[in-house]
Design a protein around this ligand. Structure first.
Ligand code: ACO
Length: 329
């Protein structure tokens, strides 16, 4: 019997410190009105000084494991997507997170695909499971974006938040409980649209050109490309799988900006009930944004086993991707 990969459980962790738009008014030339109008964001949550991405991720992962009914010993592989790892380079946040959960002697590694991280994770997990390499994989999007933000730059620091989302990917023989399809892509010629600090000594050329000490973003250019790419990517994956907008229970796009979400949702003819929006609460939590949004509808009792979800993300690299999957719980 054919074995499909299946998303068995979802969970998230939101750090406790809530930061309102008005809190930025005290340190920057900005306003609650500008931030709400241009992005839809009202609040975001920041991790404490002693919490790192692996801590946030471990909290979400522990709950995802509990919800899957599996034990730590059942997990064959741990993969973390993050742009804000505990350490630049090594050890990976996946190794640290595994240790915190008590998972030992199993492979663990990080991937770097910025805000598209969770879609890349799904693609990897699906391939590993359907090739027969592993049975149960823990995938985690974990971000302490606040650690790379320049709090003097009003055009970026108001946009992001910290948090983590985790899922257990297992196997199923039922297609209508499986991950149907995942598409991922990138174009490195746009590498300078979104940049974070370099760990290595800067070359003089790059210092003069970008001086990338903190996260920087060409917001307007990114916005336009995001709407175009997200819309075409989703159209492609739906066409390939012969799925129409009306067949989708939940469209869960990356939560960067309400205007991007609305533009893409309208172009794809999704109703407001189908489109999941959490950006107003959490801001842009990068690789954690899609699993955090998925967990919100799960905890609200809206997401049930067998529901069909369409995920869509875009981020630094540039990277993008989409996924079509049933909730396998
Ligand atoms: N408060 C007040 N004014 C501001 C602020 C702020 N926080 N930020 C920028 N402004 C000003 C600018 O300085 C500019 O002023 P000027 O006209 O005097 O020069 C004006 O507002 C307009 O700036 P724009 O950048 O043109 O504003 P825009 O409407 O494009 O909104 C935003 C900016 C929110 C960043 C938007 O472009 C966006 O969301 N971009 C896409 C983000 C995204 O999707 N990123 C990808 C994922 S992230 C990842 O991978 C990590």
């Amino acid at each position: 019997m054919k074995k499909y990969a299946s998303l068995k459980s979802i969970a998230s962790y939101v750090p406790s410190r809530c930061v309102k738009n008005s809190d930025f008014e005290e340190i920057l030339d900005t306003s609650d009105e500008w931030i709400r109008k241009r992005t839809g964001i009202q609040t975001r949550y920041f991790a404490s000084d002693d919490e790192n991405s692996s801590d946030l991720g471990a909290r979400a992962a522990k709950l995802a494991l509990e919800r899957s009914g599996l034990d730590v010993q059942d997990i064959d592989l741990v993969i973390v997507a993050t742009l804000s790892p505990d350490y630049l380079g090594m050890p990976s946040s996946a190794c640290l997170l595994s240790a915190k959960l008590g998972i030992r002697n199993k492979p663990a590694f990080d991937i770097s695909a910025a805000c598209s991280g969770f879609i890349y994770l799904l693609s990897l997990a699906k391939s590993f499971i359907e090739s027969g390499a592993y049975e149960n994989i823990l995938i985690v999007g974990a971000e302490k974006v606040s650690s790379v933000l320049d709090f003097k730059d009003r055009s970026t620091c108001v946009l992001f938040g910290d948090g983590a989302g985790a899922a257990v990917i297992g196997t199923t023989s039922e297609k209508n409980k499986s991950i149907l399809d995942v598409h991922i892509s990138s174009d490195g010629t746009y590498y300078d649209y979104l940049l974070t600090p370099r760990s290595l000594k800067e070359s003089k050329f790059l210092q003069e050109k970008f001086a990338p000490q903190y996260l920087q973003m060409k917001g307007n250019e990114t916005f336009k490309l995001a709407v175009k790419t997200l819309t075409s990517d989703v159209k492609e994956i739906m066409k390939k799988n012969n799925i129409f907008s009306k067949d989708i229970d939940f469209f869960i796009p990356h939560q960067a900006n309400l205007r991007i979400i609305s533009a893409v949702g309208e172009q794809l003819k999704f109703s407001s009930e189908q489109v999941v929006v959490t950006v107003e609460k959490y801001g842009n939590t990068s690789a954690a944004s899609i699993p955090m949004a998925m967990n919100d509808i799960y905890e609200n009792g809206r997401l049930n086993g067998g529901d069909l979800m369409l995920l869509d993300a875009f981020g630094g690299g540039l990277t993008w991707g989409s996924a079509l999957l049933y909730f396998g719980a």
